[in-house]
Design a protein around this ligand. Sequence first.
Ligand SMILES: Cc1cc2nc3c(=O)[nH]c(=O)nc-3n(C[C@H](O)[C@H](O)[C@H](O)COP(=O)(O)OP(=O)(O)OC[C@H]3O[C@@H](n4cnc5c(N)ncnc54)[C@H](O)[C@@H]3O)c2cc1C
Length: 275
Amino acid sequence: MIGRVHRPTSLAALWPLLDDGARPMAGGTDLLTRGRGRSLGEVALLEGIAGLDGIVSEAGWLRIGATATHARVLRHPVVRERLAVLAQALTSLGSPLIRNMGTLGGNCITASPAGDTLPPLYALDALVELVSRDGARRLPVSEFLVAPGRTTLAPGEILAAFLVPLPPAGALHHFEKVGRRDALAIAVASLAALVVRDEAGQVTEARLAVGSLAPTVVRCREAEALLCGGRLDRETLLAAGQLIRKRISPINDIRATAAYRREVAGKLPLRLLTI
Ligand SMILES: Cc1cc2nc3c(=O)[nH]c(=O)nc-3n(C[C@H](O)[C@H](O)[C@H](O)COP(=O)(O)OP(=O)(O)OC[C@H]3O[C@@H](n4cnc5c(N)ncnc54)[C@H](O)[C@@H]3O)c2cc1C
């Protein structure tokens, strides 16, 4: 059940609605389905606020508005060419219907450990831009997400945009989602990887972020360090997988046991051999 629906057309009109307890709503694909039977109270739709859905290239960065739908982000040429790890995750998120309604901002605020866009945003070192009537602040997405369903968003604040530094051209991007079925699957485990190699094939930079294996996404710095300076061979990737296993704290739930998740987590880097 939903209470009164407001459709502000500016941030100035949004702030008093938030003060009065209205909840921001973007695509509604999480908010409306999680409400199930409970009253949602008043909601303030963000879709009518100009500028919140823009996708703009800035020097060395892509700024992605929080209310840009997954489908729009996926269509953007810079996302396809330079942020392929995000594009790959978006391709496996939900269904065309969900991708047309759901937004990058909504996926982030929901803060599910299984949120598909989160490991790529960690691997891309993305920042979030939060705005309130008092101004704007930016912080790494990894500092914004603190626990399942919990972020550091303050009362009266909304997520306005993601700022994504463009990785070097030619970097290897990979997103893998292990689920119980091919379509509309919630991740049992996922890996977002970004690897830069020199002309001799030696890894000069590696970023690995896993999802669904801990309360929040985990960046595996030890595994990243292990890959740097070497080659992406089977032995090294298995060793990186062992380090990932040490960093995670998977749970048993209806989709998989913790033991299965741990097993899969150690094997995920091997897929980098096939790209
Ligand atoms: C059938 C189905 C399949 C799905 N499959 C997947 C899947 O495969 N992978 C996956 O990751 N997710 C999946 N989802 C979850 C969901 O679609 C995504 O998380 C989506 O990105 C949520 O975005 P939204 O715009 O619909 O968020 P909303 O439902 O509008 O909002 C979600 C939460 O964020 C808040 N919010 C939204 N935007 C802002 C903002 N800019 N600032 C502050 N607060 C905000 C809302 O108040 C609410 O608390 C699925 C959902 C359904 C119903």
